[in-house]
Design a protein around this ligand. Sequence first.
Ligand code: PLP
Length: 383
Amino acid sequence: MDKPEIFMAPGPTPVAPEVLLAQAAPLVYHRGPGYGALLREVTEELKRLFRTTNDVLIFTSSGTGGLESAVANLFSPGDRVVVPVAGYFGERFAKIATAYGLDVRTIDYEWGQAVRLADVEAALAEAPTKAVLVQQSETSTAVIHDIEGIGGLTTAAGVLLVVDCVSSVGAVPFECDAWGVDVAVGGSQKALSATPGLAFVAVSDAAWEASKTATNPRFYFDWASYKASYDLPDPENPWTPAISLMQGLREALRMYFAEGREAALLRHRLLAAAVKDGVRALGLDLFGANPEKAWAVTAIRAPEGIDGNELVARVRADHGVILAQGQGPLKGKVFRIGHLGYYDRLDIIRCLAALEMTLADMGYPVKRGAAVAAAEEIFAATS
Ligand SMILES: *Cc1c(COP(=O)(O)O)cnc(C)c1O
């Protein structure tokens, strides 16, 4: 019997049956009262998720579209931006800014390191700067960057802070307003466990001001169009929205807040701790500067003599569990377990059991059950 595979990669994440059913329901027409109520509910719930009173705009795109919208709306060619690069998604942000002709001052780190505040401070002091563009969770290395600390620096310097929190918001504590974040970008297919295809962007007053004088070209992602449509008596999208995905996202948000924000964060912390203790019990080493903060994804060094990509492929082929490979320079050397989104304890147990059996098959010395036992200890200690 073939059971469906389980996604344990850092996006897309498993989609609950309730969300799939909501997406399969008849469409609500996208102009007028029905869609207006849907868009308003989703927007208000996303504000709760981001912890903001700022406007939140929703786009039909993956998370990268939300990142591109920030660069297109906030800046003009030649504007200086500081972009810490400590992994694949830092590189992506730098590439988007370069594509739009910005003056991109990267701060380059070895992959796996965390951004150091002193480096950001020094880069800001070098020359007049418009913004810092940074991830909260650098998904490729599982490292969490200190957005609160960076927010202190950008606020003091009068510089915009643009945060890619696609793989963190909902899984890791994030405080848009309290931390001075001007633009926060999220996506549907990560901690909320909705299907891919929607990006959401929180925009502060200072970001709106900057967008008024910015001259980068923009059309589909023109923030002002979205705001004008949202401000109609029945909120709308400027273009045809992905109606079914919005119906699914509303259900995913209802489920998230029915569990409760604090409870959902604690669940992520617990499952992350179980994964980390489990892999350590197998004698594997965690990768990245701050695994204790990495509640969304765990990066693990492939043991000596075992290719990480082959391990990931075999866990999937033999056990139907989809882990993620290492990216860039970490290809083959690191593999990743995603635990952000709609997961429970037994999903983690299943994943760790699959990992143990596959490692044993590949000739790595495994004490059978060690990872599962370590995870159960974590669960027992907190119930
Ligand atoms: C997943 C992810 C994105 C978005 O990628 P898309 O494939 O465009 O949805 C952006 N940043 C980070 C840190 C991510 O993990």
